[in-house]
Design a protein around this ligand. Structure first.
Ligand code: HEM
Length: 192
């Protein structure tokens, strides 16, 4: 580990730093009739340090930023791109996850960090309408393809990173559970 990691205690976020790739992604998104449209995909996730932040001289946060690129397995075309931060508060064990996607949707999800049987588990969720762990979307998306809730579990065990996301949509007049899951392996350690 280098000096950058030594200077700041990133807690459980430190293990995520670096680049991860995978080719086991499964997406379930709505087609034009709000029926399930399933695709396989590859992932590339890069996590880099973003330093500490003190809020109101009281809350001590550390954060890392990430970029997630998803390509269709069959043709290598990018069909999802996501950026944001993972944020941790040691004194409360709170984990927060901010994300932004180019459909003009962004959110802040929150939860608690825990460990179980050698696995590091980051569980977070957000709900539209919440003033804390909530969701913001463009006027078009709010009217036509509303994101109502988001739930994510990210687990690191033995250098294998798994995630499962449920994005609850209301689209084409119906509720739809848009899900994504994948498993990634580490290719490099910290990026700075
Ligand atoms: C690995 C993660 C994800 C992948 C691979 C993915 C992929 C897709 C795909 C393929 C569609 C169908 C529409 C199209 O073909 O362009 C879709 C729709 C949608 N996704 Fe995702 N998505 C992911 C995560 C998310 C997240 C985190 C959100 C929001 C928080 C989100 C929000 C939406 C919305 C609102 C739609 C409906 C848009 C429409 O079909 O008109 N997605 N997504």
């Amino acid at each position: 580990m280098s000096s950058i990691i030594d200077e700041v205690d990133y807690g459980p976020l430190a293990q995520l730093l670096g680049k991860w790739v995978g080719n086991k992604g499964l997406d379930n998104a709505p087609d034009a009739d709000a029926n399930p449209d399933k695709s396989s995909f590859t992932d590339e996730m890069t996590f880099t340090v973003a330093g500490p932040a003190e809020n109101a001289e009281e809350q001590g946060l550390v954060s890392i930023k990430y970029h997630h690129v998803v390509r269709k397995l069959e043709n290598g075309r990018i069909f999802h791109d996501q950026i944001g931060h993972w944020i941790y508060e040691k004194s409360t064990n709170i984990i927060m996850h901010s994300l932004s996607i180019p459909r003009a949707v962004c959110l802040l999800a929150g939860g608690e960090y825990r460990e179980d049987n050698g696995a590091s588990i980051f569980n977070v969720e957000a709900k539209a309408g919440s003033q804390t762990y909530g969701i913001l979307q463009s006027p078009f998306m709010l009217e036509k393809a509303t994101t109502k809730a988001f739930k994510m579990s990210l687990t690191d065990k033995n250098n294998e990173l798994k995630y499962h996301e449920i994005t609850s949509l209301h689209i084409y007049g119906k509720d739809f559970e848009h899900t994504d899951e994948s498993t990634l392996s580490r290719v490099t350690y910290e990026q700075d």
